[in-house]
Design a protein around this ligand. Sequence first.
Ligand SMILES: [Zn+2]
Length: 591
Amino acid sequence: MPRLSDEFIKEVLDKTDIVDIVSEKVALSKKGKSYFGLCPFHHEKTPSFSVEPERKIYNCFSCGEKGNSITFLQKTNNITFVEAVEDLAIKANIEMDFSDYKRDNPNSNSFEITESVNTFYKLYLNATKSGLEAKKYLQDRHIKTDVIKYFDLGLAPNDYDLLHKTLTEKGYLVSDLFDLGLVKKSQKETFYDLFRNRIIFPIKNEQGHTVAYSGRTYKKDDESAKYINSPQTKIFTKSHILYNLNNAINHIKKTDRVLLFEGQMDVVAAYRANLLESVASMGTSLTTDQVKLIKKYTNNVYICYDGDNAGIEAADRALKMFENERMNVKLVILPEKLDPDDYINKHGAKALEHYINNEWIDSLEFQYKKKNLNIDFTKMLDIESFKKTIFDMIKNSSNTVIETYIKRLALDTKLSMESIRQDFNQYTKRNISNVSNRYRPKLDILDKYEYAERRLLNYFLCDKKYLFNYNKEFGPVFHIKEDVRLLKDIIEDLYLDNDTKDLESAEIYNSFVKKLTEAQKLFFENRCENKELEIIPKEYEDLIGAMNDYQFNLIIAHIEQQMKSAPTIQEKIKFGEYRLQKIKEEKYGQR
Ligand SMILES: [Zn+2]
């Protein structure tokens, strides 16, 4: 296959205004010669994504994504290099035949067929009497028109071979329909439709081509299997596909997380709760191929499986697979053994969103809960073996974590913390003493910034104006320690959730403490110096000064990094000058 010439690519880029291209996805505002907006490649609240029309590039100062109009289209539309160049050439009115440069898709014939099948099923849902009945069923489950459209839902008629007849009349070969699992052969050698009298969920690959179907019964008296799926075909291997990944890709990139559910109805429920970064492994247990597919787009997974025993076992297996790939896993176990669909119907869409974002547990907590399930806490032997399992689980963790679980064990077993601590020390040969009595070393200079972030929490709790001023000055993110960043987020949420005009800072403080997990509470009490809330103007000034220094060092480090990797001497010199200018500005306060 020939390659597009460099001259041609240059011509396309020269005739393209990158601001136009990016503006289709990102709201930009002009500042000097550049444009700024919220980065489409990571989640942020203040703009760090810049577009430079003169150099025809974009660059995100937070996540480091950069490139030109071609890479921008590739990444945001999930298309190939040649497809992106073709789109730009069409926009720039450049005549060119791209067919030689594109790999022929060996499955294009199959995808053409599934496209026609989608049209057939959709028409049947939207323009027939049975369709009305099916829609009523969907409406009763709060699946409205927007949802039907988003997931491309259709209806298979209650008919022996209507799909078969319609498609062969259109000229498609029955052998192709058979190979795609759409029709089956009877003993009398006639063909009949696989899906009959079912609501149809098309299953699509990453590029959005339909590769298979899942059909769900919807009539009360229908006693056949609730779901049937397409068999394995040349375009469909169940273990390679994640339901809804095609729609979710850009949202996964943007939020830098994926929500993994068990079935397609869960994903539909998540959509209703405005959680668009959701996919499903479709009833089967998760495969390594599916894990790798997710890892292409993010390292952060929320496993949202059902809260029944089967769901918890499946979540445990999935957890281990992700951890093998060194991915970060959070688990969401819905209460009352509900699945997401039931949960949303009982408590509402907002509640599901809130639950997933706030009530997740980490893998240790999950293990603890899971091991805790079958323990009879009145039996000494059970308690002894439970203690040891938990000791094994936490023995390599930080002191804070160990202390948290010692506390949990004490509560569950009704033994004293001190005796459990002694058992732990004996069992693991570690030496844990009560953390709050531990000697705290004097801050060294490196800890200065870390200390400043921790200590600023005090001011945020005293008055929201400190928090909002901080965000205005430095952006909403705490950079140095994850623990502290999460605490800041909790305070911020409190102010956003409540109309806090009339709230005393003591009330804010109390509702803040209530929101903390045990581990966070320990961390906050012991590391954040919040014996009492008070405002000391001189200290506040020093803390802000420290954060200024930190941000400045970050910027300089970033420029130096760019200088190092710049391809030409001229570029290196430019970054060098930029660096000097920044240092001067800092020194003479011309910011
Ligand atoms: Zn970014």
